[in-house]
Design a protein around this ligand. Structure first.
Ligand code: 0A1
Ligand code: ZN
Length: 848
């Protein structure tokens, strides 16, 4: 029972822990319903600290006994932990507790998945395992002994011994408790080795359930490439003798960077050409890299408190994006990242959940693993780099690693290394960490007597708790093109740091065309009045690939909005897209991105920003109409691309082949409007890889003609959980909007709908959320269905429930009827008796 109301935790209240933890020794006696955890923790008073009451976190633990220096103590227990009197000098605290992993459905702490023991401790799960100062600024070396029947018993660090029914591990690197991990089960390894630049011979293992060992090769290869890359690009080598990765089916997030023992959602490890798509391979590569890179940015240097989460996450996302760019091509990678940023982070920043990259308060920290902390956090690093240059960045990072290795650091520490390494004053830049909201940069131009003037204004709309914003430092990369499309002024970074500034470029005879915010040099919304001709000119000529794509995007967005008002697509659009489509000098992956139309959610936000009330159903219809007319105008080159982009021979998950398949898929998407899915049906029948199979199936489902293929797919793949997740997701995400809620409801009645498995739950309901017109269908059926299921899931898995309430974060955009129905759904969730702290914080913020 909770004895008090949920508390707000504030950055301003930070106080250090008054004791140092010298060492931790843990013994686990594993049993599914009654695991015993014995701990021995050596504490000593921290120099200069003011020892207050001694408090250890602990939740859901049955205390068997505890002692200080061997003498039994009777602590005061609350539902959050224990307090007891302690000696003034160093002392050893021992305890024995009992926990029930089998009953733990929250997947937080020690739990069971398919008979395997598995832990998840970030952010505050360790307190569900034993009594401990469960905060990231308490670092200690850990020794672990595991006793259990499972053949494989794993923990952090290096193995030091094992026998029948036991194993011991020592992790010499002091770490916070959120990086602790334990896995025990009947697992098999896909193994390899890696020799570091420092000459350390490291054993690499990917542990999976028997039968899955044939699906680990790609993840292993990605791991070795990540290790090499971090040595070459950041000078960071691995620091233990083993690196273990475990794949688990029941997991709330993507993966977790526990020291020396990364735990992964199996979806981001297991892959074969038959079962995984190009996108799966790309995600596996990126997430393997992300977790590995955390070893230095997160583990060796960790966060002082959870407000500093972006210190490890923003930087690690930035690093994994750099890596993916190096592996797969920077232009396409940047566009993909910006698409994701706009879809998730801009949406968050524009709604009731907007918060700064470094929030100042929270109720449940698990609700702050957000696109703002991660993706916008990464954008801030990219801007810092643009401001100090590549060399300054490298110097600052070297200083960061030497100065803070082994520490729990803050954003102030991070900015200070940049200031010390480069001499820059980053006082104003720091506002990016404390001000929420996406700045709008409005650009206008003037040409007068050979001088081209660019005026930039910045404005950030109010966000919850932040009515007024100060101007930020915005690096705006700009280039100027002459009338032949040649670079008249190559890219330079303008430093916009006032509300309004004008930048002059001199010496022109004819007025140049500006290409602004090249490479998306800052996470802002750029507003500029441009004619259709100018956009078409930039789409044809811009030398910056990001802005070339962006020009096409602006054209398609404008066309979609005009189509809503009944206007036919402008001919410039089909002509511009046709040229890109057939330009063989361009990367197919880039061409596919230029051809992809903005989604319904994107258009809805644009309309809302322009002061209109979006109707998702109308946008769906207009978008379909535009796609049809583009398909008709470009039928011939689309058909050609569809034929030319085949990838004969065995499937290869390379960026090159994936790009061809992406362009082929984009062409198929248009052509399906003309042939009622005939090509898609052919492709489905002939396909030997999951990318083409799912591309074809999605088209058939969207056309409403896929019943036979849906059944065939299920018959082929009912034995494979990850593939069946796709089967569930495709149906809810791709089906015609008026069928979405009904499709989702029917799927929840399917015998394989294991709703306690987060991947399966997210397949059905994440798919429904992604079907924007379906989710917002005027009946409100989807709102009701989702609310019903969130209410059901909350007591079982609060974290996943809370995350999925974001389906409603755009509710204020819509008309009164939809608003009323969404509000009612949220109110109903809010009124649920015993609602978790996680979900309750989210619905309160959504409704505020
Ligand atoms: N640190 C991990 C993500 C993660 C966060 C929280 C979790 O449980 C609440 C699990 C994983 C990462 O960035 O990969
Ligand atoms: Zn991370």
């Amino acid at each position: 029972m909770r004895t008090d109301l949920p508390q707000t935790i504030r950055l301003a209240d930070y106080t250090p822990f008054a004791w140092q933890v010298e060492s931790v020794s843990l013994t686990f006696r594993l049993a599914p319903t009654a695991t015993r955890v014995l701990s021995e923790i050596r504490f000593s008073p921290r120099e200069g600290a003011q020892p207050g009451a001694f408090f250890l976190h602990g939740e859901g633990l049955r205390l068997i006994a505890c002692a200080i220096d061997g003498a039994a103590v009777e602590p005061t227990l609350t539902d959050q932990g224990l307090t007891c009197p302690v000696p003034t000098g160093p002392f050893t605290f021992t305890s024995e507790v009992e926990i029930n992993p089998e009953a733990n459905t929250s997947l937080n702490g020690l739990y069971m998945s398919n008979g395997m023991y598995c832990s998840q401790c970030e952010a505050e799960g360790f307190r569900r395992i034993t009594y401990y100062p469960d905060r990231p600024d308490v670092l200690a070396p850990f020794e672990v002994r595991i006793e259990g029947e499972a053949p494989v018993l794993l923990s952090n660090g290096n193995p030091t011994g094992s026998g029948k029914g036991w194993a011991t591990w020592v992790d010499p690197w002091p770490k916070p408790s959120y990086l602790f991990a334990l896995v025990a089960g009947d697992l098999v390894a896909h193994s390899d080795r890696f020799t570091t630049s420092e000459g350390r011979d490291v054993a690499l293992n990917i542990w999976v359930r028997p039968g899955d060992e044939g699906k680990c090769a790609y993840a292993m290869d990605a791991l070795k490439r990540s290790m090499t890359w971090d040595e070459e690009v950041y000078g960071r080598a691995y620091d233990l003798d083993v690196f273990n990765i475990v794949a688990v089916d029941d997991f709330n997030m993507g993966a977790m960077e526990n020291k020396g023992l990364n735990i992964f959602n199996s979806k981001y490890v297991l892959a074969s050409p038959e079962t995984a798509t190009d996108r799966d391979f790309e995600l596996i590569e990126g997430i393997i890299a992300h977790e590995y890179f955390h070893n230095w940015t997160g583990n060796r240097i960790t966060c002082r408190d959870w407000f500093q989460l972006c210190l490890k996450e923003g930087l690690t996302v930035y690093r994994d994006q750099q890596f993916s760019g190096d592996m797969r091509g920077h232009a396409v990678n940047r566009i993909d990242n910006v698409l994701a940023l706009r879809a998730r982070q801009f949406r968050e920043d524009a709604g009731p959940l907007a918060h700064p990259v470094r929030p100042e308060s929270y109720i449940e920290i698990n609700n702050f693993y957000t696109a703002t902390v991660y993706e916008k956090g990464a954008e801030l690093i990219g801007m810092l780099r643009a401001l100090v240059g590549d060399e300054g960045y490298a110097k600052a990072l070297d200083l960061y690693f030497t100065r803070h290795d082994g520490e729990a650091a803050t954003i102030e520490d991070w900015l200070k290394v940049f200031e010390d390494a480069t001499g820059e004053d980053l006082t104003q830049f720091a506002r990016w960490y404390s001000q929420a909201g996406t700045p709008t940069v409005t650009a206008s131009t003037q040409f007068d007597e050979g001088v081209f003037s660019l005026t930039l204004k910045q404005h950030t709309a109010p966000t919850p708790g932040q009515p007024d914003k100060e101007p930020q430092v915005i690096p705006v990369a700009v280039g100027l093109l002459d009338s032949n499309g040649n670079e008249a002024v190559p890219t330079q970074v303008l430093n916009l740091n006032k509300t309004e500034q004008t930048f002059d470029f001199k010496g022109f005879i004819n007025e140049p065309t500006p290409s602004i915010l090249r490479g998306f040099s800052a996470p802002v919304v750029l507003e500029i009045e441009q004619s259709t001709e100018t956009r078409a000119f930039l789409l044809a000529n811009d030398t910056d690939p990001f802005n070339r794509w962006e020009a096409g995007r602006q054209l398609t967005r404008q066309t979609l909005i005009e189509a809503l008002d009944g206007a036919p697509p402008r001919p410039e659009l089909a002509a511009g897209l046709g040229r890109v489509l057939s330009d063989e000098s361009l990367d197919p992956a880039f061409r596919a991105l230029v051809l992809s139309l903005p989604g319904i959610d994107d258009i809805a936000q644009s309309l809302y920003d322009a002061g209109r009330t979006p109707d998702p159903t109308a946008i769906y219809i207009a978008r379909k109409g535009v796609a049809q007319s583009l398909a008709a105008a470009l039928e011939q080159p689309l058909g050609q691309a569809y034929e030319a982009m085949q990838t004969p021979g065995p499937y290869q998950p390379t960026a090159q082949d994936a790009g061809k398949r992406a362009l082929r898929g984009a062409a198929l998407g248009f052509l399906s409007h003309l042939d009622a899915g005939a090509r898609a049906a052919e492709l489905f029948a002939a396909s030997a890889n999951m990318t083409e199979t799912t591309t074809a199936l999605a088209q058939l489902i969207a056309q409403g003609t896929g019943a036979a293929q849906i059944s065939a797919f299920a018959a082929d793949w009912s034995h494979d959980r990850l593939v069946m997740d796709k089967w569930f997701a495709l149906q809810t995400s791709a089906c015609p909007p008026e069928q979405a809620a009904e499709t989702a409801r029917n799927l929840t009645e399917h015998p394989d709908f294991d709703w306690k498995n987060p991947n399966r739950f997210r397949s059905v309901f994440g798919g429904l959320m992604a079907n924007t017109a379906g989710f917002h269908d005027a009946t409100g059926d989807a709102y009701t269905l989702l609310a019903d299921w969130l209410i059901k899931l909350d007591p079982v898995n609060p974290q996943t429930t809370a995350r999925m309430t974001t389906a409603f974060e755009t509710w204020r955009r819509y008309d009164a009827d939809r608003q009323g129905m969404m509000k009612e759904a949220l109110e109903r969730i809010k009124a649920t008796k015993g609602l978790s702290r996680d979900t309750s914080e989210m619905v309160n913020r959504l409704l505020a």
